[in-house]
Design a protein around this ligand. Sequence first.
Ligand SMILES: NC(=O)c1ccc[n+]([C@@H]2O[C@H](COP(=O)([O-])OP(=O)(O)OC[C@H]3O[C@@H](n4cnc5c(N)ncnc54)[C@H](OP(=O)(O)O)[C@@H]3O)[C@@H](O)[C@H]2O)c1
Length: 290
Amino acid sequence: MTLVVTGATGHLGRLVVESLLARGVPAAQVVAAGRAVGRIEDLAARGVQVRAVDYDDTASMDAAFADASAVLLVSGLEPDRLRQHKDAIEAARRAGVGFVGYTSIVNADTSGLRLAEDHQATEAALRASGVPYALLRNSWYFENYTANLPLVLEHGALLGSAGEGRVSAASRADYAEAAAVVLSSPAEHAGRAYELGGDEAVTLAELAAEISAQAGRVVSYVDLPEDEYARTLAGFGVPEPMAGVLADADRGLSRGELHTGSGDLRRLIGRPATTLKEAVASALRALPTA
Ligand SMILES: NC(=O)c1ccc[n+]([C@@H]2O[C@H](COP(=O)([O-])OP(=O)(O)OC[C@H]3O[C@@H](n4cnc5c(N)ncnc54)[C@H](OP(=O)(O)O)[C@@H]3O)[C@@H](O)[C@H]2O)c1
């Protein structure tokens, strides 16, 4: 059994590798793949196979997938990621990989988020490929919010355009564990689409209130019109196309498109998902002390 995790140089993929090892998969059977492999030399030192994979370099995928029984394809971030994903799926098919897991977006069947378009087309390519697959349709990471905690605390404001919509956020580690469960027992999951999200869905006002309560400072949620939110993000240095996509995602959030009550995440990982309270507490603990 050789399990290849792409995106292992990034946050989610690395956590998937850690989760596979924690579940008792021998390190020699785990392949951590990504571009910036210098970032994961420590995994090589622990016996994990490290392979360079660039979604723009077909030969690198042919080599990395050659002996793979299963591949987790972590979705990319670049503008032409759909073509990259299609190339990766085609490489997996050529290599005779027995199973591909793909990190998609929650409610992909119906989502109107601009971000969802590449995921929907990738899912279609996977279905057409004939390779057995499972879809790990992730809702938002709590870390999307907690990564900005210093700024939020400094300004006493959490900005968004999500209205009173509820997001089924969970931690990256939760989603990674779900991916590791699926990747390490592919036969049980082939053909399945999992709608993954936290057990409780929260509004951004509730998130701000939780930060306030735990940090002991007033933090309010400030709801902006979509275009104003996009302009504000751009003003903070987010590249304009991405600012638009993020504001559009908040509008989707306001319509409930990042909400799921499926319970799939909890069932896959066999424990409750990380709560809002836990996510905020752990992010506050991680802040450098002044
Ligand atoms: N659900 C959510 O809330 C949410 C939020 C943000 C992103 N996402 C999606 O989930 C994915 C994983 O999230 P993350 O937090 O782990 O992101 P991340 O830390 O930015 O990691 C992205 C990974 O994708 C790899 N990658 C990007 N382009 C690649 C290419 N052309 N060839 C090979 N590898 C490539 C990167 O490799 P190198 O670093 O080695 O270049 C990195 O390992 C993201 O890529 C994005 O599609 C989901």
